[in-house]
Design a binder for this molecule. Structure first.
Ligand code: 4AD
Ligand code: MG
Length: 480
Protein backbone atom coordinates (compact mmCIF):
# COMPACT_ATOMS: atom_id res chain seq x y z
CA UNK A 1 0.00 0.00 0.00
CA UNK A 2 1.36 3.36 -1.00
CA UNK A 3 -1.02 5.73 0.63
CA UNK A 4 -0.86 5.39 4.39
CA UNK A 5 -0.48 9.11 4.89
CA UNK A 6 -2.18 11.32 7.40
CA UNK A 7 -3.62 14.57 6.15
CA UNK A 8 -1.80 17.60 7.47
CA UNK A 9 -5.07 19.06 8.69
CA UNK A 10 -5.73 15.99 10.84
CA UNK A 11 -2.18 15.88 12.08
CA UNK A 12 -2.28 19.51 13.19
CA UNK A 13 -5.73 19.18 14.73
CA UNK A 14 -4.50 17.44 17.87
CA UNK A 15 -1.60 17.90 20.25
CA UNK A 16 -1.03 14.16 20.36
CA UNK A 17 2.71 13.41 20.13
CA UNK A 18 5.22 10.53 20.13
CA UNK A 19 3.81 8.49 17.31
CA UNK A 20 4.99 7.73 13.84
CA UNK A 21 3.30 9.36 10.87
CA UNK A 22 3.69 9.75 7.13
CA UNK A 23 2.76 12.94 5.34
CA UNK A 24 2.78 13.76 1.64
CA UNK A 25 2.54 17.12 0.00
CA UNK A 26 4.28 19.98 -1.75
CA UNK A 27 7.20 21.87 -0.31
CA UNK A 28 6.44 25.50 0.33
CA UNK A 29 9.82 26.48 1.74
CA UNK A 30 13.00 24.83 2.94
CA UNK A 31 14.95 26.87 5.47
CA UNK A 32 18.41 26.53 6.96
CA UNK A 33 18.91 23.20 5.16
CA UNK A 34 16.75 21.80 7.97
CA UNK A 35 13.13 22.97 8.13
CA UNK A 36 10.60 22.02 5.48
CA UNK A 37 7.20 23.70 5.40
CA UNK A 38 4.90 21.17 3.73
CA UNK A 39 1.36 21.69 2.51
CA UNK A 40 -1.07 19.09 1.15
CA UNK A 41 -4.05 21.37 0.52
CA UNK A 42 -6.14 19.94 3.36
CA UNK A 43 -5.59 23.15 5.32
CA UNK A 44 -3.93 26.50 4.88
CA UNK A 45 -1.47 25.50 7.61
CA UNK A 46 1.83 23.82 6.79
CA UNK A 47 3.42 21.09 8.83
CA UNK A 48 6.99 21.76 9.80
CA UNK A 49 9.23 18.81 9.02
CA UNK A 50 12.63 18.75 10.63
CA UNK A 51 15.43 17.13 8.66
CA UNK A 52 18.07 16.97 11.35
CA UNK A 53 21.46 18.19 10.10
CA UNK A 54 23.78 15.41 9.08
CA UNK A 55 21.09 12.74 8.90
CA UNK A 56 20.18 13.20 5.24
CA UNK A 57 22.12 13.08 1.99
CA UNK A 58 23.23 16.45 0.60
CA UNK A 59 21.93 15.29 -2.79
CA UNK A 60 18.47 14.71 -1.36
CA UNK A 61 18.40 18.01 0.52
CA UNK A 62 19.22 19.86 -2.71
CA UNK A 63 16.03 18.49 -4.23
CA UNK A 64 13.84 19.94 -1.47
CA UNK A 65 12.87 22.94 -3.57
CA UNK A 66 9.70 25.00 -3.52
CA UNK A 67 7.01 23.06 -5.36
CA UNK A 68 8.64 19.63 -5.04
CA UNK A 69 6.37 16.80 -3.99
CA UNK A 70 7.61 14.64 -1.14
CA UNK A 71 6.72 11.85 1.21
CA UNK A 72 8.09 12.16 4.74
CA UNK A 73 7.88 9.73 7.61
CA UNK A 74 8.94 10.41 11.14
CA UNK A 75 8.02 10.99 14.74
CA UNK A 76 5.37 13.54 15.69
CA UNK A 77 6.90 15.70 18.41
CA UNK A 78 5.90 18.86 20.28
CA UNK A 79 6.87 21.96 18.37
CA UNK A 80 8.81 24.84 19.82
CA UNK A 81 7.96 27.05 16.85
CA UNK A 82 5.12 29.48 17.29
CA UNK A 83 1.70 28.85 15.76
CA UNK A 84 1.88 25.06 15.72
CA UNK A 85 1.55 22.45 18.42
CA UNK A 86 3.39 19.62 16.67
CA UNK A 87 5.97 18.99 14.02
CA UNK A 88 7.44 15.96 12.31
CA UNK A 89 11.00 14.83 12.99
CA UNK A 90 11.79 13.05 9.76
CA UNK A 91 13.34 9.61 9.65
CA UNK A 92 12.87 9.21 5.92
CA UNK A 93 12.20 11.64 3.09
CA UNK A 94 11.37 10.54 -0.41
CA UNK A 95 11.08 12.85 -3.41
CA UNK A 96 7.95 11.96 -5.36
CA UNK A 97 8.31 14.74 -7.90
CA UNK A 98 11.10 17.26 -8.38
CA UNK A 99 10.38 20.91 -9.01
CA UNK A 100 12.99 23.05 -10.70
CA UNK A 101 13.50 26.02 -8.41
CA UNK A 102 14.46 28.29 -11.30
CA UNK A 103 11.40 27.71 -13.46
CA UNK A 104 8.64 26.87 -10.96
CA UNK A 105 6.13 29.73 -11.44
CA UNK A 106 5.00 29.91 -7.80
CA UNK A 107 8.02 31.43 -6.12
CA UNK A 108 7.86 31.83 -2.36
CA UNK A 109 7.00 35.52 -2.59
CA UNK A 110 3.94 37.64 -3.20
CA UNK A 111 2.61 37.36 -6.74
CA UNK A 112 0.00 39.64 -8.27
CA UNK A 113 -3.47 38.21 -8.82
CA UNK A 114 -3.07 38.89 -12.54
CA UNK A 115 0.09 36.84 -12.66
CA UNK A 116 -1.62 34.03 -10.76
CA UNK A 117 -4.58 34.12 -13.16
CA UNK A 118 -2.18 33.57 -16.04
CA UNK A 119 -0.82 30.65 -14.07
CA UNK A 120 -4.16 29.27 -12.96
CA UNK A 121 -2.85 25.73 -13.33
CA UNK A 122 -0.50 26.34 -10.42
CA UNK A 123 -2.29 28.96 -8.37
CA UNK A 124 -4.06 26.34 -6.24
CA UNK A 125 -0.73 26.00 -4.47
CA UNK A 126 -0.82 29.51 -3.05
CA UNK A 127 -2.32 30.40 0.31
CA UNK A 128 -4.90 32.73 -1.24
CA UNK A 129 -6.24 30.32 -3.82
CA UNK A 130 -5.99 27.37 -1.47
CA UNK A 131 -8.31 29.24 0.89
CA UNK A 132 -10.64 30.51 -1.83
CA UNK A 133 -11.22 27.05 -3.27
CA UNK A 134 -11.62 25.36 0.08
CA UNK A 135 -14.27 27.95 0.93
CA UNK A 136 -15.88 27.47 -2.48
CA UNK A 137 -16.07 23.74 -1.82
CA UNK A 138 -17.68 24.26 1.56
CA UNK A 139 -20.23 26.69 0.15
CA UNK A 140 -21.17 24.21 -2.59
CA UNK A 141 -21.57 21.47 -0.02
CA UNK A 142 -23.68 23.76 2.15
CA UNK A 143 -26.02 24.44 -0.78
CA UNK A 144 -26.91 20.76 -0.99
CA UNK A 145 -27.07 20.49 2.77
CA UNK A 146 -29.55 23.34 3.04
CA UNK A 147 -31.93 22.15 0.34
CA UNK A 148 -31.70 18.49 1.25
CA UNK A 149 -32.63 19.31 4.84
CA UNK A 150 -35.61 21.25 3.57
CA UNK A 151 -36.84 18.38 1.42
CA UNK A 152 -35.98 19.95 -1.95
CA UNK A 153 -35.19 17.65 -4.86
CA UNK A 154 -31.92 18.23 -6.72
CA UNK A 155 -32.86 18.39 -10.39
CA UNK A 156 -30.28 18.12 -13.15
CA UNK A 157 -31.35 20.40 -15.96
CA UNK A 158 -29.82 20.14 -19.44
CA UNK A 159 -26.73 22.01 -20.49
CA UNK A 160 -27.64 21.93 -24.17
CA UNK A 161 -31.04 23.48 -24.83
CA UNK A 162 -33.05 24.81 -27.74
CA UNK A 163 -34.62 27.62 -25.71
CA UNK A 164 -33.49 30.99 -24.40
CA UNK A 165 -34.69 30.99 -20.81
CA UNK A 166 -33.95 34.66 -20.24
CA UNK A 167 -35.00 35.85 -23.68
CA UNK A 168 -31.89 38.02 -23.83
CA UNK A 169 -30.25 36.33 -26.80
CA UNK A 170 -26.87 35.96 -25.12
CA UNK A 171 -26.22 32.38 -26.11
CA UNK A 172 -23.34 30.21 -27.25
CA UNK A 173 -24.40 28.11 -30.22
CA UNK A 174 -23.89 24.36 -30.12
CA UNK A 175 -23.46 22.77 -33.53
CA UNK A 176 -21.65 20.00 -35.35
CA UNK A 177 -22.14 21.64 -38.72
CA UNK A 178 -18.93 22.62 -40.56
CA UNK A 179 -17.81 26.20 -40.08
CA UNK A 180 -15.89 26.42 -43.36
CA UNK A 181 -18.82 27.70 -45.38
CA UNK A 182 -20.03 24.27 -46.50
CA UNK A 183 -22.88 23.98 -43.98
CA UNK A 184 -26.25 23.16 -45.59
CA UNK A 185 -28.37 26.22 -46.22
CA UNK A 186 -32.03 27.02 -46.76
CA UNK A 187 -33.29 28.65 -49.92
CA UNK A 188 -32.79 32.09 -48.39
CA UNK A 189 -29.14 31.33 -47.67
CA UNK A 190 -29.53 30.90 -43.91
CA UNK A 191 -28.04 27.80 -42.24
CA UNK A 192 -30.35 24.80 -42.35
CA UNK A 193 -30.26 23.60 -38.76
CA UNK A 194 -32.57 20.70 -39.62
CA UNK A 195 -29.37 19.08 -40.85
CA UNK A 196 -27.58 19.78 -37.56
CA UNK A 197 -26.94 17.19 -34.83
CA UNK A 198 -30.19 17.83 -32.96
CA UNK A 199 -32.19 18.63 -36.06
CA UNK A 200 -32.59 22.19 -34.83
CA UNK A 201 -30.61 25.14 -33.59
CA UNK A 202 -29.27 24.63 -30.07
CA UNK A 203 -27.23 26.55 -27.50
CA UNK A 204 -25.64 26.26 -24.10
CA UNK A 205 -28.14 26.94 -21.34
CA UNK A 206 -28.39 30.40 -19.81
CA UNK A 207 -30.55 29.13 -16.93
CA UNK A 208 -32.20 25.91 -15.79
CA UNK A 209 -35.26 27.77 -14.62
CA UNK A 210 -37.78 26.78 -17.28
CA UNK A 211 -37.02 23.09 -16.84
CA UNK A 212 -36.97 23.66 -13.08
CA UNK A 213 -40.50 24.99 -13.22
CA UNK A 214 -41.66 21.80 -14.96
CA UNK A 215 -40.31 19.71 -12.09
CA UNK A 216 -41.65 22.02 -9.39
CA UNK A 217 -45.09 21.31 -10.85
CA UNK A 218 -44.61 17.73 -9.71
CA UNK A 219 -42.16 17.64 -6.80
CA UNK A 220 -43.25 20.97 -5.25
CA UNK A 221 -39.74 22.05 -4.28
CA UNK A 222 -36.68 21.56 -6.46
CA UNK A 223 -33.32 23.19 -7.03
CA UNK A 224 -30.71 23.08 -9.73
CA UNK A 225 -27.01 23.73 -9.25
CA UNK A 226 -24.98 23.69 -12.41
CA UNK A 227 -22.99 25.63 -14.96
CA UNK A 228 -24.71 28.27 -17.07
CA UNK A 229 -23.38 30.24 -20.00
CA UNK A 230 -23.79 33.79 -21.17
CA UNK A 231 -22.27 35.12 -24.36
CA UNK A 232 -22.38 38.70 -23.12
CA UNK A 233 -19.31 40.74 -23.85
CA UNK A 234 -18.92 41.98 -20.26
CA UNK A 235 -15.39 42.59 -19.12
CA UNK A 236 -16.19 43.31 -15.49
CA UNK A 237 -15.14 41.97 -12.12
CA UNK A 238 -18.68 40.49 -11.74
CA UNK A 239 -19.26 38.68 -15.03
CA UNK A 240 -18.15 35.35 -16.40
CA UNK A 241 -19.13 33.65 -19.64
CA UNK A 242 -19.40 30.37 -17.71
CA UNK A 243 -20.69 30.55 -14.17
CA UNK A 244 -22.50 28.30 -11.73
CA UNK A 245 -25.99 29.07 -10.64
CA UNK A 246 -28.26 27.71 -7.94
CA UNK A 247 -31.90 27.89 -8.92
CA UNK A 248 -34.60 26.75 -6.51
CA UNK A 249 -38.16 26.65 -7.81
CA UNK A 250 -41.09 26.22 -5.45
CA UNK A 251 -44.77 25.50 -6.00
CA UNK A 252 -47.14 27.28 -3.61
CA UNK A 253 -44.75 30.19 -3.01
CA UNK A 254 -45.43 33.86 -3.59
CA UNK A 255 -42.84 36.63 -3.84
CA UNK A 256 -42.60 37.09 -0.09
CA UNK A 257 -42.09 33.36 0.52
CA UNK A 258 -39.43 33.49 -2.18
CA UNK A 259 -37.58 36.38 -0.53
CA UNK A 260 -37.77 34.65 2.86
CA UNK A 261 -36.23 31.49 1.46
CA UNK A 262 -33.46 33.38 -0.34
CA UNK A 263 -32.51 35.30 2.78
CA UNK A 264 -32.51 32.19 4.95
CA UNK A 265 -30.48 30.32 2.32
CA UNK A 266 -27.79 33.00 1.99
CA UNK A 267 -27.40 33.30 5.74
CA UNK A 268 -27.23 29.53 6.17
CA UNK A 269 -24.48 28.94 3.67
CA UNK A 270 -22.39 31.87 4.87
CA UNK A 271 -22.67 30.64 8.45
CA UNK A 272 -21.76 27.14 7.30
CA UNK A 273 -18.53 28.42 5.76
CA UNK A 274 -17.74 30.44 8.88
CA UNK A 275 -18.20 27.33 11.00
CA UNK A 276 -16.17 25.06 8.75
CA UNK A 277 -13.49 27.25 7.19
CA UNK A 278 -12.43 29.39 10.12
CA UNK A 279 -8.69 29.25 9.29
CA UNK A 280 -9.23 30.13 5.65
CA UNK A 281 -11.58 32.99 6.41
CA UNK A 282 -9.19 34.31 9.02
CA UNK A 283 -6.46 34.35 6.39
CA UNK A 284 -8.72 35.97 3.77
CA UNK A 285 -9.80 38.54 6.34
CA UNK A 286 -6.18 39.54 6.84
CA UNK A 287 -5.47 39.45 3.10
CA UNK A 288 -8.31 41.87 2.46
CA UNK A 289 -7.27 44.12 5.32
CA UNK A 290 -3.77 44.35 3.82
CA UNK A 291 -5.21 45.06 0.38
CA UNK A 292 -7.48 47.77 1.79
CA UNK A 293 -4.49 49.48 3.37
CA UNK A 294 -3.16 50.14 -0.14
CA UNK A 295 -6.30 52.10 -1.04
CA UNK A 296 -6.96 55.76 -0.30
CA UNK A 297 -8.89 56.25 2.94
CA UNK A 298 -12.12 57.24 1.15
CA UNK A 299 -12.28 54.01 -0.84
CA UNK A 300 -11.74 51.64 2.03
CA UNK A 301 -14.67 49.56 3.20
CA UNK A 302 -15.94 50.26 6.65
CA UNK A 303 -15.99 46.64 7.75
CA UNK A 304 -13.44 43.87 7.59
CA UNK A 305 -14.40 40.61 5.91
CA UNK A 306 -15.34 38.64 9.03
CA UNK A 307 -17.10 41.61 10.52
CA UNK A 308 -19.15 41.97 7.34
CA UNK A 309 -20.06 38.28 7.24
CA UNK A 310 -21.13 38.32 10.87
CA UNK A 311 -23.17 41.42 10.22
CA UNK A 312 -24.95 39.81 7.28
CA UNK A 313 -25.90 36.61 9.08
CA UNK A 314 -27.08 38.50 12.17
CA UNK A 315 -29.22 41.19 10.55
CA UNK A 316 -32.38 41.30 8.47
CA UNK A 317 -31.98 42.22 4.84
CA UNK A 318 -33.63 45.51 3.92
CA UNK A 319 -36.72 45.06 1.73
CA UNK A 320 -38.18 47.71 -0.53
CA UNK A 321 -39.74 48.13 -3.94
CA UNK A 322 -38.03 49.34 -7.07
CA UNK A 323 -40.23 52.46 -6.91
CA UNK A 324 -39.05 53.25 -3.38
CA UNK A 325 -35.47 52.68 -4.45
CA UNK A 326 -35.81 55.07 -7.39
CA UNK A 327 -37.11 57.73 -5.00
CA UNK A 328 -34.13 57.28 -2.70
CA UNK A 329 -31.69 57.38 -5.60
CA UNK A 330 -33.32 60.31 -7.33
CA UNK A 331 -33.27 62.41 -4.17
CA UNK A 332 -29.81 61.37 -3.11
CA UNK A 333 -27.05 63.95 -2.93
CA UNK A 334 -25.07 61.64 -5.16
CA UNK A 335 -27.63 62.08 -7.92
CA UNK A 336 -28.07 65.80 -7.32
CA UNK A 337 -24.33 66.36 -7.43
CA UNK A 338 -24.23 64.29 -10.63
CA UNK A 339 -21.86 61.76 -9.14
CA UNK A 340 -23.61 58.86 -10.85
CA UNK A 341 -22.38 58.11 -14.32
CA UNK A 342 -25.99 57.34 -15.23
CA UNK A 343 -28.22 59.90 -13.54
CA UNK A 344 -31.56 58.74 -12.21
CA UNK A 345 -34.25 60.85 -13.82
CA UNK A 346 -37.32 58.78 -14.55
CA UNK A 347 -39.15 55.83 -13.12
CA UNK A 348 -38.58 52.86 -15.38
CA UNK A 349 -34.86 53.03 -16.00
CA UNK A 350 -32.83 49.94 -15.22
CA UNK A 351 -30.53 50.20 -12.23
CA UNK A 352 -26.83 50.21 -13.02
CA UNK A 353 -24.41 48.58 -10.64
CA UNK A 354 -23.37 52.04 -9.35
CA UNK A 355 -26.98 52.57 -8.20
CA UNK A 356 -27.21 49.15 -6.62
CA UNK A 357 -23.98 49.71 -4.79
CA UNK A 358 -25.08 53.12 -3.60
CA UNK A 359 -28.19 51.58 -2.05
CA UNK A 360 -26.40 48.75 -0.26
CA UNK A 361 -23.09 50.38 0.59
CA UNK A 362 -23.98 53.99 1.24
CA UNK A 363 -27.66 54.18 2.01
CA UNK A 364 -28.69 50.99 3.85
CA UNK A 365 -25.25 49.52 4.56
CA UNK A 366 -26.69 46.00 4.41
CA UNK A 367 -28.02 43.53 1.84
CA UNK A 368 -31.16 44.75 0.12
CA UNK A 369 -34.05 42.88 -1.48
CA UNK A 370 -35.57 45.00 -4.22
CA UNK A 371 -38.97 43.95 -5.53
CA UNK A 372 -41.62 44.86 -8.07
CA UNK A 373 -39.59 46.14 -10.99
CA UNK A 374 -41.05 47.69 -14.16
CA UNK A 375 -42.08 44.86 -16.44
CA UNK A 376 -40.14 46.37 -19.37
CA UNK A 377 -36.78 45.65 -17.79
CA UNK A 378 -37.55 42.11 -16.64
CA UNK A 379 -38.10 38.69 -18.23
CA UNK A 380 -41.30 37.44 -19.83
CA UNK A 381 -42.05 34.79 -17.19
CA UNK A 382 -42.40 37.14 -14.21
CA UNK A 383 -45.85 37.52 -12.69
CA UNK A 384 -47.61 40.73 -13.65
CA UNK A 385 -48.78 42.89 -10.79
CA UNK A 386 -52.26 44.43 -10.72
CA UNK A 387 -50.89 47.92 -11.42
CA UNK A 388 -50.21 46.85 -15.01
CA UNK A 389 -46.73 48.38 -14.77
CA UNK A 390 -44.63 46.17 -12.55
CA UNK A 391 -43.87 42.49 -12.13
CA UNK A 392 -43.31 40.39 -8.99
CA UNK A 393 -39.55 40.38 -9.43
CA UNK A 394 -36.89 40.42 -6.76
CA UNK A 395 -33.18 41.11 -6.89
CA UNK A 396 -30.94 40.73 -3.88
CA UNK A 397 -28.07 43.19 -3.76
CA UNK A 398 -25.00 42.57 -1.62
CA UNK A 399 -22.39 45.06 -0.39
CA UNK A 400 -19.34 45.12 -2.64
CA UNK A 401 -20.99 42.88 -5.20
CA UNK A 402 -24.29 44.32 -6.34
CA UNK A 403 -26.82 41.83 -7.71
CA UNK A 404 -26.26 38.40 -6.24
CA UNK A 405 -29.75 36.94 -6.70
CA UNK A 406 -32.38 37.43 -9.38
CA UNK A 407 -35.79 35.86 -9.02
CA UNK A 408 -39.55 36.28 -9.18
CA UNK A 409 -42.96 34.88 -8.66
CA UNK A 410 -43.85 33.26 -11.98
CA UNK A 411 -46.77 34.13 -14.21
CA UNK A 412 -49.01 31.10 -13.82
CA UNK A 413 -51.99 32.56 -15.73
CA UNK A 414 -51.84 31.23 -19.29
CA UNK A 415 -53.52 34.20 -20.96
CA UNK A 416 -51.29 36.76 -19.21
CA UNK A 417 -48.17 34.74 -19.96
CA UNK A 418 -48.87 34.22 -23.66
CA UNK A 419 -49.82 37.86 -24.07
CA UNK A 420 -46.52 38.96 -22.48
CA UNK A 421 -44.54 36.52 -24.60
CA UNK A 422 -46.14 37.98 -27.70
CA UNK A 423 -45.27 41.51 -26.60
CA UNK A 424 -41.69 40.50 -25.95
CA UNK A 425 -41.33 38.38 -29.11
CA UNK A 426 -40.65 35.18 -27.20
CA UNK A 427 -41.59 32.31 -29.53
CA UNK A 428 -44.52 30.51 -27.91
CA UNK A 429 -44.37 27.54 -30.30
CA UNK A 430 -40.84 26.67 -29.16
CA UNK A 431 -41.93 26.82 -25.51
CA UNK A 432 -45.09 24.71 -25.91
CA UNK A 433 -43.89 22.40 -23.13
CA UNK A 434 -43.43 25.33 -20.75
CA UNK A 435 -46.90 26.63 -21.51
CA UNK A 436 -48.34 23.17 -20.85
CA UNK A 437 -47.67 23.62 -17.11
CA UNK A 438 -50.07 26.58 -17.26
CA UNK A 439 -52.70 24.40 -18.90
CA UNK A 440 -52.54 21.37 -16.63
CA UNK A 441 -52.61 22.04 -12.91
CA UNK A 442 -51.01 25.46 -12.78
CA UNK A 443 -50.37 26.96 -9.36
CA UNK A 444 -48.74 30.03 -7.85
CA UNK A 445 -45.01 29.41 -7.80
CA UNK A 446 -41.75 31.26 -7.50
CA UNK A 447 -38.00 30.82 -7.65
CA UNK A 448 -34.68 32.55 -7.88
CA UNK A 449 -31.17 32.18 -9.19
CA UNK A 450 -28.12 32.83 -7.07
CA UNK A 451 -24.86 33.40 -8.91
CA UNK A 452 -22.52 31.06 -7.10
CA UNK A 453 -19.30 32.89 -7.98
CA UNK A 454 -20.71 36.19 -6.77
CA UNK A 455 -21.50 34.52 -3.48
CA UNK A 456 -17.99 33.06 -3.29
CA UNK A 457 -16.64 36.56 -3.96
CA UNK A 458 -18.76 37.94 -1.19
CA UNK A 459 -17.63 35.34 1.33
CA UNK A 460 -13.94 35.37 0.40
CA UNK A 461 -13.64 39.11 -0.20
CA UNK A 462 -12.01 38.55 -3.59
CA UNK A 463 -12.45 41.60 -5.80
CA UNK A 464 -12.48 39.83 -9.16
CA UNK A 465 -14.88 37.04 -10.09
CA UNK A 466 -12.10 35.48 -12.20
CA UNK A 467 -10.35 34.59 -8.97
CA UNK A 468 -13.13 32.52 -7.41
CA UNK A 469 -13.70 29.94 -10.17
CA UNK A 470 -10.85 27.53 -10.88
CA UNK A 471 -10.64 28.15 -14.63
CA UNK A 472 -12.49 31.33 -15.58
CA UNK A 473 -14.08 31.80 -18.98
CA UNK A 474 -14.43 35.39 -20.16
CA UNK A 475 -14.07 37.30 -23.43
CA UNK A 476 -10.83 36.33 -25.19
CA UNK A 477 -9.91 33.84 -22.49
CA UNK A 478 -10.39 30.09 -22.34
CA UNK A 479 -6.93 28.90 -21.31
CA UNK A 480 -6.56 25.73 -19.26
O1 4AD B 1 -30.70 37.51 -12.92
P1 4AD B 1 -30.41 36.29 -13.71
O2 4AD B 1 -30.12 36.45 -15.16
O3 4AD B 1 -31.66 35.35 -13.49
C1 4AD B 1 -31.89 34.15 -14.06
O4 4AD B 1 -31.14 33.56 -14.78
C2 4AD B 1 -33.16 33.52 -13.58
N1 4AD B 1 -33.55 32.48 -14.54
C3 4AD B 1 -32.98 32.97 -12.20
C4 4AD B 1 -34.22 32.33 -11.65
O5 4AD B 1 -35.14 33.04 -11.30
N2 4AD B 1 -34.24 31.02 -11.54
O6 4AD B 1 -29.19 35.52 -13.07
C5 4AD B 1 -29.25 35.12 -11.73
C6 4AD B 1 -27.95 35.42 -11.02
C7 4AD B 1 -27.61 36.89 -10.96
O7 4AD B 1 -28.27 37.52 -9.89
C8 4AD B 1 -26.11 36.85 -10.76
O8 4AD B 1 -25.79 36.59 -9.40
C9 4AD B 1 -25.72 35.64 -11.56
O9 4AD B 1 -26.86 34.83 -11.71
N3 4AD B 1 -25.21 36.00 -12.88
C10 4AD B 1 -23.91 35.96 -13.23
N4 4AD B 1 -22.82 35.62 -12.53
C11 4AD B 1 -21.63 35.68 -13.17
N5 4AD B 1 -21.48 36.04 -14.45
C12 4AD B 1 -22.55 36.40 -15.20
N6 4AD B 1 -22.38 36.72 -16.48
C13 4AD B 1 -23.84 36.37 -14.58
N7 4AD B 1 -25.09 36.62 -15.01
C14 4AD B 1 -25.90 36.40 -13.97
MG1 MG C 1 -30.74 39.56 -12.99
Amino acid sequence: MFNNRIRIKDLLATDKVNYSATVMGWVRTFRNNQFIALNDGSTINNIQIVATLGEFDEALLKRLTTGACIKATGEVIPSLGKGQKVELKATSIEILGDSDAETFPMQPKKHSLEFLRENAHMRFRTNTFGSVFRVRHTLAFAVHHFFNDKGFLYLHTPIITASDAEGAGEMFKVTTLPLDGTAPTNEDGSINFKEDFFGRSTNLTVSGQLEGELAAMAFSDIYTFGPTFRAENSNTTRHLAEFWMIEPEMAFYDLEDNANLAEEFIKYIIRYAMDNNADDLEFLNQRLADEEKQKPQTERSEMGLLEKLNFVVDNDFERLTYTEAIDILKNSNHNKKKKFQYLIEDWGTDLQSEHERYLVEKHFKKPVILTDYPKEIKSFYMRQNDDGKTVAAMDILAPGIGEIVGGSQREERLDKLTQRMKEMHVPADELWWYLDTRKFGACPHAGFGLGFERLVQFVTGMGNIRDVIPFPRYPKSAEF
